[in-house]
Design a protein. Structure first.
Length: 301
């Protein structure tokens, strides 16, 4: 049986296609032989030709490489997209945990700062009775009181000043066995002799019951106080030691000034109870008159 003829018949398009494929094959073979001959005969020229071909084909090669890489990593992108929900939930939990740790660290840092100030205060003062914690304070009562975790068993007595690292808090109002109530500066019955730090202008601080104090000068008439004035204890009266920070003036209201305490129970976690200040007044005792002696040498009664 004779083999079938490979001629495409009378189809002109098929004939041209077959002819073009033969031409391309022969041209490719000749080009390959030519390049092989050039590489043997002239390696330098062949390297130049190779570099030029590489530069021409570089965009096509880069595009094909990105396409192949994208197809190769398509499965990874699909898996990452599927796992994105669980990863986001885990990241949110980690962020919440880190936020909680940051808040705790900030609170510990603030407490350490207060304790360092209190330690410096205790080291510098030699008349403290005891260091205690503020465990509660009144918010709705008519009296402005705070409670300490120390009482008579620790040496706390009514009338003793109570101060924090930032300034004066108040004085002991009543003391129990292991707790004591502090009459705060903002209580209307707490009156503190004070002075202005920059020029020693004297005044009286009285609580207003709303978290602020009223400062009035001792001399009636012109109000010398201005916003920003720092007031400290003057030591007058023998209750509070001098130079304890008390309040800062906010505004002037007629003959008085409105100020806020520098130390408040909300900021003062640990405080120091001090002895009642007494001015050092030295009184020289007068010598006793001599008793007249009788004839026996004994003093007469």
């Amino acid at each position: 049986m004779a083999p079938p003829s490979r001629r495409p018949g009378y189809n002109r398009k098929a004939q041209y296609g077959l002819f073009a494929s033969y031409v391309i094959a022969v041209a490719g073979a000749l080009l390959g032989l030519l390049l092989a001959a050039i590489s043997i005969a002239d390696p330098t020229g062949f390297s130049v030709i190779r570099s030029g071909v590489a530069e021409i084909s570089r965009p096509v090669s880069a595009t094909l490489r990105r396409l192949v890489s994208g197809i190769g990593s398509a499965d990874e992108h699909i898996v990452a997209y599927v796992r994105a929900g669980s990863q986001n939930a885990a990241l949110r939990r980690q962020v919440e945990a880190n936020r909680t740790r940051l808040i705790e660290a900030a609170a510990i840092e603030q407490e350490n700062r207060q304790l360092k100030k209190l330690l410096k205060l205790v080291e510098s003062e030699d008349n403290e009775v005891v260091a205690a914690r503020m465990i509660s304070s009144t918010s709705t009562s008519l009296r402005r009181l705070a409670r300490l975790s120390a009482g008579r068993r620790q040496g706390v007595r009514p009338g003793q000043p109570v101060r924090a690292p930032d300034g004066l808090v108040g004085r002991i109002y009543e003391a129990g066995p292991n707790t004591a109530n502090v009459l705060l500066l903002t209580d209307p019955e707490n009156i503190v002799p004070i002075r202005r730090t920059r020029d020693n202008v004297a005044g009286i601080s009285t609580g207003l019951g709303d978290g602020s104090v009223e400062i009035r000068p001792l001399s009636m008439g012109h109000n010398p106080f201005k916003p920003g004035d720092i007031m400290v204890t003057s030591g007058t009266g023998g209750l509070y030691r001098p130079n304890i920070p008390v309040a800062i003036v906010l505004r002037v209201d007629g003959d008085a000034a409105i100020a806020v305490p520098l130390a408040t129970p909300a900021k003062a976690d640990t405080v120091v109870v001090q002895h009642i200040f007494q001015p050092s007044v030295v009184v020289r005792p007068e010598p006793a008159p001599p008793f007249p002696e009788n004839q026996t040498g004994q003093a007469e009664p």
